[in-house]
Design a protein around this ligand. Sequence first.
Ligand SMILES: O=C(O)[C@@H](CO)OP(=O)(O)O
Length: 213
Amino acid sequence: MQRRLVLVRHGQSEWNLKNLFTGWKDPDLTEKGVEEAIEAGRRLKAEGLKFDVAFTSKLQRAQRTSQLILAELGQRNLQVIEDEALNERDYGELTGLNKDDARKTWGDKKVLMWRRSYDVPPPGGESLRDTVARALPYFVREILPQVLNGKTTLVTAHGNSLRALIMTLERLTPEELLQRELFTGAPIIYEMRADSTIESWRDLAGAPADAAE
Ligand SMILES: O=C(O)[C@@H](CO)OP(=O)(O)O
């Protein structure tokens, strides 16, 4: 039996373009983001993929990305299950600030810790550990059983809510996680074993220039 899970970070959003901390704010995709989502759909089509189930967050950049992917696959009518558990990490007081300005104010090291460490929360926001604490139970309860039942499953979400899942799936240490960047609109395809470990995975990453957004 094939147990296939596909994770996709949403396409570029208006706040990615402006280089702002976004978190739970709800900007739309840019034109480039729409293109990236369509391209993700094309790549999945080229892989011969069709989805049985799809999950996304409560934020429009992820929802639109999943709609565009499914449209490309001729699966417009597939119901997409939305849940807040898959929302982006809450950036607290950093939300809406420019990332370069934040580096100037607090220094590169501190901002990198807030953005990529496992357990250092940004002021008033969630650490990645906090994000894991709400995203992982949802994944285990709702998403994983579908994959283990042989349903090809799409999860369209966010840089940090997906890193929270990837940390567990790929068994990354907090140090390894610091280096793990997700590209906008780049599908990652996991083939899982019956014991829910990963048999193999491929990152269909596109333009590396988007990594820092
Ligand atoms: O602003 C955000 O919400 C995220 C994702 O775009 O940014 P970062 O890469 O800093 O975690």
